[in-house]
Design a protein. Structure first.
Length: 397
């Protein structure tokens, strides 16, 4: 039985009528830029995460860029961000003319290592961008404390973590800005590109709205240089159809993650988390979680952090990750390597990374991580197929 990594057609089939109605409403309204569809979606999303302001934009990437522009980050500034993540975070820092400074990751939760952030602060550091990777928040208590102590701004990249919580507080609402992506593979995906910023600060929100439309106020009078960062009214209307279902999507993702944890952890050679599970530990005994032997470790929801399972990411040690991927592919089971090359080893950042920089956890994660299907519409049979394929692979080792 084929199991895709993601099945958007299955997600949208039961919504077809409602999505078409939304499309027709926008079509007939004649208002395709800003207007009531955008305002309605922004209001609903702000309420969902518990933020004062939500500003919809053209993509998650543009949300990061806009947040950096609003905070005035540019040439001469440094911004600390994780190396083991998607490109957009560091890419936006570089596009402002600032320098991305890469920090290592925690081997247990995969998020930016709060100790390594402290180690990388210089007089030029202006901000930290933690990424809440795969659906689980980073150690926000320690990150916010560091930011406060060193007078740094925090932009939370919650592109993968809409609805996730750190000690009861929604991902994205703890820093100066939080950003979300509605790329179709995200927990709330639109039918195209879309993104959003949230903030609790009135003046930051005002500036973000201004820069979203070329920095013009009034129209054609520009005191600031902005750009066109607007979300289409059509995407806002479609997202408004799906937003009420987000909690049920998250519930299904969590049930799928529990199923995998329950089934796979019973197989000898499979570990739930890392040997000591010291997440973001102040004094680490877990090292980089490395093992030269074959072993599969399952992702863990850390106490106090509500995971929304955008990805279910295994670590496969002993150099067997690619073999497992090939094995799954040969059985028509989708998987993906998020992410094969950490940012500090990307060609485009060579000029801003010291040649001696080693980030051992990020490097290991890039060689060991493999994400398997966890999307909400996954059927019971499909989950059985995935677990049985993994268990057969383990038997053959
Ligand atoms: C962690 C992270 N940040 C930023 C982005 C950028 O979002 P978008 O694809 O909407 O531009 C993504 C999306 O893939 C992401 O996963």
């Amino acid at each position: 039985m084929a199991v895709p990594l993601l099945d958007l057609k299955a997600q949208h089939a039961p919504l077809e009528r409602a999505l078409k109605d939304a499309f027709e409403r926008v079509l007939r309204s004649g208002q395709y830029i800003l207007g009531p569809e955008i305002e309605n979606f922004e209001r609903s999303l702000a309420e969902y995460v518990g933020a004062r302001h939500a500003i919809s934009v053209s993509s998650g990437t543009d949300a990061i860029l806009l947040a950096l522009m609003v905070l005035g980050i540019g040439p001469g500034d440094e911004v600390i961000c994780p190396s083991f993540t998607f490109f957009a975070t560091a890419g936006c820092v570089a596009r402002t003319g600032a320098t991305p400074v890469f920090a290592d990751s925690c081997p247990v939760c995969f998020n930016i290592d709060p100790d390594d952030i402290v180690a990388r602060i210089t007089p030029r550091t202006k901000a930290i961008i933690p990424v809440h990777l795969f659906g689980q928040p980073a150690a926000m208590d320690r990150i916010l404390e560091t930011a406060k102590r060193h007078n740094l701004r925090v932009i939370e990249d919650a592109a993968q973590s809409l609805g996730a919580k750190f000690r009861g507080q929604s991902a994205g609402t703890m820093g100066a800005f939080g950003i979300f992506s509605f790329f179709p593979s995200k927990n709330l995906g639109c039918l195209g590109d879309g993104g959003l910023l949230v903030t609790n600060d009135d003046s930051l929100a005002e500036r973000a709205r201004l820069l979203r439309t070329h920095g013009a106020k009034p129209k054609y009078y520009h005191n600031y240089i902005g750009a066109n960062f607007r979300m289409d009214a059509l995407q806002a209307a479609l997202l408004a159809v799906k937003l009420p279902l987000l909690a049920s999507y998250a519930k299904s993702r969590a049930a799928n993650a529990s199923f995998y944890a329950d089934r796979l952890s019973k197989i000898p050679g499979v570990l739930l988390g890392q040997p000591d599970n010291q997440c973001c530990a102040v004094s680490k005994t877990s090292g980089d979680g490395s093992s030269s032997n074959f072993q599969i470790s399952l992702p863990l929801e850390i106490p106090g952090r509500h995971h929304v399972w955008n990805q279910y990411t295994l670590r496969v040690t002993g150099g067997r990750r690619d073999a497992l991927r090939d094995w799954l592919t040969s059985r028509e089971i989708g998987s993906e390597i998020y992410y094969p090359v950490p940012m500090h080893q990307q060609e485009c950042f060579a000029a801003c990374v010291p040649p001696t920089l080693r980030l051992p956890v990020a490097e290991r994660l890039a060689g060991e991580s493999l994400s398997i299907p966890v999307f909400p519409e996954l059927t019971g049979d499909q989950k059985e197929e995935v677990t049985s394929a993994i268990s057969k692979f383990i038997c053959n080792q």
